[in-house]
Design a protein around this ligand. Structure first.
Ligand code: 28F
Length: 635
């Protein structure tokens, strides 16, 4: 059995390599990497559904921080492999074993996920696989990153088929990370939209939460979901077609909002950074509307042409492509961008031809969309003229004048090192001004509530005094013209009171940046200052500052003798010195970086958020804006 031993050693070496460099296999060991493990197993279950076996996937978040994923497909084959081990043992211990078996079809192995179930095993403290197939229930268990605890054995009889995988991630590797119900729900809901015959069930046992998704109308339901609560111009339009072995499915709908919302998928995996299919989609839609507008005399000559941004205002769309594995190309650091060149022309022509036909057949819809696009064109041209005037200092809102009243500039010239503080209220603004580091810190006090940008157009923004000040202070343009390279600041820091009004202002500002300066968020340049909630005086040893309730509770435990706690209601209650020490001093402060994980869904939430309820706002901040500490970012 020398051969068996040699192969076993190889297998353990393989698993050890994964444990030594987990980042090479799953990208990172943060929250994202932890969820990568889930997608790895879930994708196997989804592949089984795509291949036509089974229709239900269930995910259970267990109280012991393990997770259980099951499907009712055929069940992993339980026969012996040529190596003398059972097939499940091979699949869950040999690197890249899973992918090899897939011959053709639409599997995305190697592109986005597809590092294999053995990688999940390597990064788990425990893994338990139960298989229902061939009339039997079989079980195999592993521990400590893939060591076999109990080889495959029959544990019962059954008429059912399917696979159940439970794993407990090795949290020594995923420090500070835990499974997020919301993250899993969002991703699985997406899969349910993309696979109309699939039912997904998710349960969080400890939190007593559960949900179920099934969408017979697929992409149409997806777009309806995205546009929920918005005033829409027409029913969802959907097209599909196949060319050059590429299958294209598209659903789209315009609403009265001004946002553009395009989501794309390739082989049921999200292409978060777009790529050739999105480029094709955009040019197809621009061409179809320009053609229609010309033929119907709505625009004339070259100057009349609608730009892409005009015809995408208020558009929500989902694009889903099926591309054979041999044609797949992904780009970018996270491999979230489709490179396949044929995807552009195929998507463009399928969309263009179908949309052209649809517009001819549905005059009323065509005219209502074009009316909106033409208004966007007028607003865009007016805004450009206003900007040119402002730049030359001729308009009555000359940049300098708008700013000189408010902004306290930084004296240093190195814009990357400079920081812009957006401060709630004039009094806190005053303290911040006298407390700041003059060389690198600039202060812009904001008065009153900021305009609700969810419902605003670029034109409304251009006319809102507070937002205009922000735009001019940053100096890198707005909307389609925004260029993050021109930013006058390396960090833009929102500094508000730690109360309901403060968090509302934060959300309104984040919404503004999200809609009109999104690259600034993407570059990790937007931050929230976190002023302390309490100060505490112990005996006569001077003041200490405490970030939040939890820290206060902990600190109190360690105090002997008298103490006095003060709760800060607002920034204004701190004097300049305190404000600087606790909240602005780069050496001492705690800045939270704003990360928007999922732009389209974040936008849906912003939409819900702008209603009258207060609770969802807090929840939104907690769950959807992913805050990381300033220092964590620069890796
Ligand atoms: C909870 C996660 O992993 N489900 C899976 C199958 C079914 C087959 C399979 C999987 C084929 C030859 C390796 C069954 N019958 N859920 C899952 N369901 N893998 S993973 O086959 C894997 C390869 O050996 C399956 C016939 N063909 C394939």
């Amino acid at each position: 059995m020398a051969k068996y031993d040699a192969s076993s050693i190889k297998i353990l070496e393989g698993l050890e390599a994964v444990r030594k460099r987990p980042g090479m296999y799953i990208g990172s060991t943060d929250k994202r990497g932890l969820h990568h493990l889930v997608w790895e197993i879930v994708d196997n279950a989804i592949d089984e559904v795509i291949n036509g076996y089974g229709d239900t996937i269930k995910i259970i978040l267990n109280p012991d921080e393990s997770i259980t994923i099951s499907d009712n497909g055929r069940g992993v084959p339980i026969g012996m492999h040529e190596s003398g081990k059972s097939t499940p043992e091979v699949i869950y211990t040999v690197l890249h074993a899973g992918g090899k078996f897939e011959s053709d079809g639409y599997k995305v192995s190697g592109g986005l996920h597809g590092v294999g179930a053995s990688v999940v095993n390597a990064l788990s403290k425990r893994m338990d696989v139960t298989i229902y197939t061939d009339g039997k229930i079989s079980n195999i268990r592993f521990f400590d990153g893939g060591v076999v605890e109990s080889p495959l054995k029959t544990i019962g009889e059954t008429k059912k088929t399917g696979t159940i995988v439970t794993f407990l991630p090795d949290y020594e590797m995923f420090k500070n990370a835990s499974f997020s119900y919301t993250t899993i729900v969002e991703r699985m809901q997406e899969s349910a939209f993309l696979l109309p015959n699939l039912t997904v069930q998710i349960e969080d046992v400890a939190d007593k939460k559960s949900c179920e998704f099934h969408y017979e109308n697929g992409l149409v339901s997806f777009v309806e979901y995205i546009n929920e609560g918005k005033k829409v111009l027409h029913k969802v339009i959907s097209f599909s077609g196949i060319k050059n072995n590429i299958e294209v499915n598209i659903a789209l709908q315009y609403s009265e909002s001004y946002n553009e919302n395009i989501l794309s998928f390739v082989n049921n995996v999200k292409t978060g950074d777009g790529g050739s299919h999105e480029v094709g989609f955009k040019s197809g839609i621009t061409k179809a509307f320009n053609d229609y507008a010309k033929v119907n005399n709505l625009i004339k000559g070259r100057d009349g042409n609608l730009e892409g941004s005009d015809v995408r205002e208020g558009l929500s769309a989902v694009i889903s492509l099926k591309i054979p594995e041999r044609m797949l190309q992904f780009e970018g650091q996270t491999k979230g961008k489709l490179g396949t060149p044929e995807a552009k022309s195929v998507t463009e022509s399928i969309l263009y031809e179908n949309l052209k036909f649809f517009l001819e057949e549905n005059k009323e819809v065509a005219l209502s969309i074009l009316d909106k696009a033409l208004k966007s064109k007028v607003a865009r041209e007016a805004a450009r003229k206003a900007r040119e005037a402002a730049r030359k200092g001729t308009g009555k809102n000359s940049k300098e004048r708008v700013l000189s009243e408010k902004l306290t500039k930084a004296t240093g010239r190195d814009s990357a090192k400079n920081e812009l503080f957006l401060v709630e209220g004039d009094s806190a603004g005053g303290s911040a001004k006298s407390a700041r580091l003059p060389k690198t810190q600039a202060i812009l006090p904001l008065r009153g509530k900021v305009l609700n940008c969810e419902k605003a157009s670029t034109n409304d923004i251009a006319n809102n005094a507070e937002l205009k000040q922000i735009e001019y202070a940053i100096g890198a343009g707005l909307g389609a013209d925004f260029d993050v390279k021109d930013s006058n600041y390396g960090k833009v820091i929102i500094m508000t009171d730690a109360d309901v009004d403060g968090s509302h202002i934060q959300i309104l500002l984040i919404t503004f940046f999200y809609r009109f300066m999104r690259p600034l968020i993407e570059a990790g340049m937007l931050y929230i200052a976190s002023p302390p909630l309490y100060s505490i005086e112990i005996g006569n040893k001077g003041k200490e500052y405490i970030a939040d309730d939890e820290e206060l509770r902990e600190r109190k435990k360690t105090i002997k003798g008298n103490f006095k706690v003060q709760r800060f209601k607002g920034l204004g209650e701190m004097d300049a010195d305190e404000l600087f020490k606790t909240t602005m001093d780069p050496a001492n402060r705690r800045l939270l970086r704003v990360n928007l994980n999922d732009a389209a869904l974040a936008e849906k939430r912003i939409h819900l958020l702008m209603g009258d309820q207060v609770e969802p706002r807090k929840e939104w901040i907690n769950e959807n804006v992913d805050f990381t500490l300033e220092d964590d970012f620069r890796k």
